[in-house]
Design a protein. Structure first.
Length: 369
């Protein structure tokens, strides 16, 4: 029963992400006067449908996607309200609306996670977040010799922007030699200035049980106490952090740093979400803790941001591919002939489906293993 519950939670969360994406297309299409023929959640055979006005609403068997079918989206139409007959700026708004809604969902979930799940530490009266400002740094620490000082706010590490402590941890723990170029913001005699520290050294420690090596920071960071304002600003910064992390991961994937075994499709993603959901439920029931629920929400945020960002990539069959054609039309003041654009999207769709099948088999093999 418990396994069924956590799988159900994962499916609902994944369905929410897809629903919100397609809802973005749907709402902006309606707002810009475009006729929507069908709004569907899921793919495959219809399980349920009903009509309201000009639009058919349906729920389909497989919870792995959805769509907003607009009149004249991929074929010529004489309908004045067809997608292809609307001004290009309206079509651009419709295309980017799906990804925009994914980012909005991520922002809302971050506010919920930070506002509800982050509680005061034992003995503390007010909850706090970690910042990127150094609180304490012993003079004996290697980083002190490299020029880092208490009160410094770390802005960049090896040229990469640091928005939150999550960036700080990700950039430092992924390093191999423990030597960084840091850009910090420092106040000296009442004057704020940015300082570049060319070589800041850190030590490593090895845990005997695993053999794994971890970087030792040697400093603590200042807290930022939880208020309505700090929750909202931290939510915005964290979403920026996750967006940049995903973007960097895409770059590493293109360079070949990751292989097929490192990718997850809907099956693998649902499995990760199910495990996180199970942990969240267990902790809530057994120890009245929201830590597991916080982790679950963070996973959902990562996935919804990933869906939004991935859909904006300039690839055929994705929103980003359609956006590329629309931007060409906006600049050239003439559209690409529909037969050519449709052919590109069809080929892209077929390749995307084939890739999804390969990743799905990989997910299954990993689950079996």
């Amino acid at each position: 029963m418990f396994t069924v519950l956590k799988i159900l939670i994962a499916v609902l969360a994944f369905g929410l992400i897809i629903f919100v994406h397609e809802l973005g297309h749907f709402l902006v299409a309606k707002w810009t006067g475009i006729r929507v023929n069908e709004f569907a959640l899921g793919m495959g055979p219809r399980l349920l449908k009903f009509g309201k006005g000009e639009t058919t609403y349906s729920w389909r068997l497989f919870p792995i996607g959805g769509y907003c079918a607009m009149e004249g989206e991929s074929e010529a139409s004489d309908d004045v309200r067809a997608f292809g007959n609307k001004p290009v700026w309206r079509r651009i708004l419709v295309v980017i609306a799906g990804a925009a809604m994914n980012f909005l969902l991520g922002f809302v979930l971050l506010i919920v996670a930070l506002g509800v799940c982050v509680q005061p530490e034992p003995g503390e009266t007010q909850a706090a977040f970690c910042t990127t400002t150094v609180a304490e740094l012993p003079e004996t620490a290697p980083a002190y010799a490299g020029g880092l000082r208490a009160g410094d706010t770390i802005l960049r590490i090896d040229g990469a922007r640091v928005w939150t402590d999550v960036d700080l941890a990700a950039l430092m723990q992924s390093d191999s030699d423990g030597v960084f170029e840091m850009r910090v913001r420092r106040t000296v005699d009442g004057t704020v200035k940015d300082v570049t520290l060319p070589e800041v050294h850190f030590d490593f420690t090895t845990y005997p049980a695993t053999g794994e090596r971890y970087l030792v920071y040697g400093f603590t960071v200042m807290p930022e106490y939880k208020t309505v304002g700090t929750v909202i600003t931290r939510a915005a910064r964290l979403e920026g952090t996750y967006t940049v992390m995903i973007w960097r991961s895409l770059g590493q994937l293109i360079r070949g740093d990751y292989g097929l075994k490192d990718l997850s499709g809907p099956i693998g993603t649902a499995d990760i979400m199910a495990d996180a959901a199970g942990t969240a439920v267990t902790e809530i029931v057994e120890s009245n803790s929201l830590n597991g629920f916080y982790s679950f929400l963070m996973i959902v945020v990562l996935i919804t941001v990933n869906v939004g960002l991935f859909n904006l990539l300039p690839l055929p069959a994705l929103d980003g591919g359609r956006l590329l054609f629309l931007l060409f039309e906006l600049v050239a003041r003439r559209p690409v002939p529909p037969k050519y654009e449709n052919a590109v999207h069809v080929v892209g769709f077929v390749l995307l489906i084939l890739l999804s099948i390969v990743i799905a088999f990989s997910d299954v093999f990993k689950l079996i293993g």
